[in-house]
Ligand binder design. Structure first.
Ligand code: NIG
Ligand code: FE
Length: 418
């Protein structure tokens, strides 16, 4: 048994999905203690009401704030190469879509990933995951989508599977072969989809547990609604749960499609309209917002307040990728959600924990402070959650606990380095 004592503020995040209207009403316990046994939360409450169990180890939270480990439910963390030249091109006036249409964008990263071995991709991703862990992230979804051949997509999924055994963060894999059409199939997107949706390929992904989800980039520069429907419906027959990149740059009816296919989440939503919001609400989809992406591209943010007011469960994620969001810090993205999308710190926390767990179909086990939940927790070196998101330039995470075990711990000097 492990007791985390002397907690300044325990943020009692309820299990997801939490609808947008309730996301700002989260209770907190001051001067709290939390007990962990067998990797799960078994008790929490006021410190002075604790009956210390026998053979109990103690961890002193030093009056810091404690909350569930963060869940980054939309990333492209496995990649090779970088695209800083596009960053400069955008500053000079080109848009993300123009760069993609003139041969840049995703295809540049595809070349680099195809040229990289499994071992190289693992070596590139490991330090990224270590830095994410230091910022309090204990579960990360990672997509394929930079291979764009059957072999290279499988290679990416195998890299994610291997990474899962090499470090403490729980990884969740998503098959995103429909990220864009590769150069060699540019004129024949449907022929490309024939290849990556082949029965034998999807059977292998299912049998070797290489992915849980299937994603598609439904966008003018990638796949249209009809093609996206085919991707998600086919994958669903092989047990892959649908989710999609929807309404990012242009409004194409992707949110309607998300609702129609029963997607667990619709992600991006920068250009979503009221009909799309209503469709997602009726279908019970999680709206995954990626404010780091718009921040990085210098474009308009998703209408978070309208989505929250419609009572959709909102999740936040980094979208970490070398093209549109070279940002691996989920706390920074939460800060951006506060200042650029007017989400409150409490809403941002629910979005990056309970609702992110729901977006990954893990709400029964992760993302909440409740007895029986897995003990994935972070201890901050600030006394309350508002102070945390108020200070975006500093890493305030002092201790990270995964399944009841301490997996990262820093003194203030170390932890202060971002
Ligand atoms: O989520 N939108 C599609 N995929 C990524 C961008 C990937 C890239 O540019 O490499 C995104 O923004
Ligand atoms: Fe993405």
């Amino acid at each position: 048994v492990l007791a985390i004592r002397n907690i300044g503020e325990l943020v009692v995040v309820p299990p997801g999905p939490v609808g947008g209207r309730l996301m700002r009403d989260v209770s907190a316990v001051r001067s709290a203690t939390l007990l962990i046994d067998g990797g799960r939360i078994v008790w929490f409450g006021l410190d002075n009401e604790l009956t210390v169990p026998p053979d109990c180890e103690t961890l002193d939270a030093q009056c810091g704030c404690v909350l569930p480990g963060l869940i980054d439910c939309h990333t492209h963390t496995v990649f090779a190469g970088t695209r800083e030249h596009e960053f400069t091109q955008r500053i000079e006036g080109k848009s993300y879509a123009e760069i993609a249409e003139s041969g840049g964008g995703i295809r540049v990263t595809v070349e680099a990933v195809r040229a990289a071995s499994r071992e190289q991709l693992v070596e590139l991703a490991l330090p990224r995951l270590q830095r994410m862990l230091r910022r309090g992230v204990t579960t990360v979804e990672i997509k394929s989508g930079y291979g764009l051949t059957v072999e290279d997509e499988i290679k990416m999924l195998e890299v994610i599977q291997r990474l899962n055994t090499l470090q403490p963060i729980e990884l969740v894999a998503t098959y995103l072969a429909a990220h864009t059409t590769p150069r060699e199939c540019a004129a024949r997107p449907d022929a490309y989809l024939d290849l990556v949706l082949d029965d034998a390929v999807l059977t292998r992904i299912r049998d070797e547990k290489l992915a849980e989800f299937c994603d598609v980039f439904c966008e003018r520069t990638a796949f249209n609604v009809e093609q996206s429907r085919r991707v998600l419906a086919t994958a669903k027959r092989f047990g892959l749960t649908p989710r999609l990149h929807a309404d990012q740059i242009t409004q194409s009816g992707a949110s309607m499609l998300a609702a129609e296919v029963g997607a667990v989440s619709a992600d991006h939503l920068e250009t979503i309209d009221d009909a799309g919001i209503a469709a997602l609400k009726a279908a019970g989809c999680v709206a995954v917002l990626l404010p780091g992406c718009s921040f990085f591209l210098g474009v308009e943010q998703a209408p978070a307040r309208r989505i929250l007011d419609a009572d959709l469960p909102v999740a936040l994620a980094t979208d970490y990728n070398p093209g549109s969001a070279m940002i691996e810090s989920l706390p920074l993205v939460m800060h951006i959600a506060c200042t650029q999308m007017r989400m409150t710190p409490t809403e941002a926390i629910v979005a990056a924990t309970a609702n992110a767990a729901a977006a990954l179909e893990r709400e029964g086990r992760l993302g909440a402070i409740q007895t029986g939940m897995q003990a994935d927790l972070i201890i901050l070196d600030v006394p309350n959650h508002q102070r945390w998101l108020y200070e975006p330039g500093r890493n305030c995470v002092r201790t990270v606990v995964k399944k009841g075990r301490i997996v990262a711990e820093y003194g203030t000097a170390d932890g202060s380095a971002i």
